[in-house]
Unconditional design. Structure first.
Length: 374
């Protein structure tokens, strides 16, 4: 198993220190000093959370295949930064990874025992606000994307992590408000990108009379909210999470899914999304530099199209985990586009065809914690 991996080069000590990382990559971590805001994904990280698949989740029919994908993700993460694995029986995962991964990875993994319904850490994990004081760990309600799936155990993971001292910060209870991490994007400079189809969906439970945009501004320290009105992927059961469509990036860039095939069912909606992105401005009134990634060719399961997307990548401190789908030409176009946006990062392709069988991908399966949390 270990033979399929290539160890990334060992970083110098200065790059392993997150404070040094912040100082040495000022253009890559656009976070205003002393500003309270939802951290951008490329803000220096203390680690990543994976909520590991098991036989009592919907992964049961292809548990072996998805486990191999999670092992690959665990290797790529834990050889670069800390990895938190949540699982009802973490010793099982620990023993398995000890056989499959080098010590350099396994020594960097934290395990936490907790009952779970599924694996989509992006949507049930803490969202972190950074600023002048203690980081704020915002615990929103997760309810299976508007009550579509059982999620009560996933919704309790955050409190368990906090109560057991796994994460550090100030716990903020917003369990009265249903919100998933995949539905919002922050640039760390006061701008938040989201979709109206998801956040204005009546299936998300909120306090009576709550103004969604006002809550976003207050909770996350946001000045400027951009609402995408167009764009959706067939097979997506999140009601159009923005991380399947468009991603805020360093240096005022936006990576977005572009469809060039007029015969594709997504063509018109994604064309309208592109036009809207072209009209958007950041908090300083500047237009974004738009960077397209292709829409993957249709991948079908039981006669239905699965929501494959290259936009669902994960930013690590020094690498990008990029979902790929066995489509050589388009996989390479996506890799090249991300390399241009993140020129100092390793772009690491991860075959994600098994992940989209449950309608998610790499970003959906992970959650980053800014410095000081793990």
């Amino acid at each position: 198993m270990m033979g399929i991996f290539t160890l990334p080069p060992k970083l110098p000590r200065a790059d392993l220190d997150l404070e040094s990382l912040l100082r040495s990559n000022a253009t890559e971590t656009p976070v205003r000093r002393f500003r309270r805001t939802l951290a951008a994904e490329w803000f220096p990280q203390s680690g990543i959370q994976l909520t590991w698949p098991h036989a009592d989740t919907d992964w049961a029919p292809y548990l072996e295949d998805v486990t191999e994908t999670y092992v690959r993700m665990a290797f790529e993460i834990a050889t670069r930064e800390k990895l938190l694995i949540v699982h009802p029986r973490p010793m099982e995962v620990r023993e398995m990874l000890a056989r499959k991964l080098p010590r350099r990875a396994t020594d960097n993994i934290i395990y936490h025992a907790c009952a779970t319904d599924d694996t989509w850490a992006r949507d049930h994990a803490f969202l972190t606000v950074v600023g002048t004081g203690t980081p704020e760990l915002i615990d929103f309600c997760f309810n299976g994307w508007g009550g579509k799936f059982e999620a009560s155990q996933d919704n309790a993971i955050n409190r368990s992590l906090f109560d057991n001292g796994i994460v550090h910060g100030r716990y903020v209870d917003r369990l009265d408000f249903e919100l998933e991490g995949g539905s919002i994007e922050s640039d760390g400079m006061g701008t938040l990108l989201t979709t109206a189809a998801c956040l204005h969906n009546p299936n998300r439970q909120r306090p009576e009379g709550a103004d969604v945009e006002q809550v976003l501004r207050e909770v996350f320290g946001i000045d400027h909210v951009l609402w995408l009105e167009h764009g959706a992927l067939a097979g997506d059961d999140t009601d159009s999470h923005v991380d399947t469509l468009a991603r805020l990036c360093p240096d005022n860039k936006v990576v977005y899914v572009k469809c060039d095939n007029p015969d594709d069912e997504h063509f018109e909606a994604l064309q309208r999304m592109e036009a809207q992105l072209q009209s958007f401005r950041n908090a300083e009134g500047e237009a974004f530099d738009l960077v397209p990634v292709p829409l993957p060719d249709a991948i079908m399961q039981d006669g239905e199209r699965l929501p494959a997307t290259y936009a669902n990548y994960l930013v690590l401190n020094r690498a990008i985990l990029l979902p790929v789908y066995g489509q050589k030409e388009k996989d390479e176009r996506a890799r090249s586009a991300l390399q241009g946006v993140f020129p100092k990062y390793d772009i690491v392709p991860i075959d994600s065809r098994v992940l989209i069988r449950q309608h998610g991908s790499i970003h959906c399966a992970t959650m980053q914690f800014p410095r000081g949390i793990l």
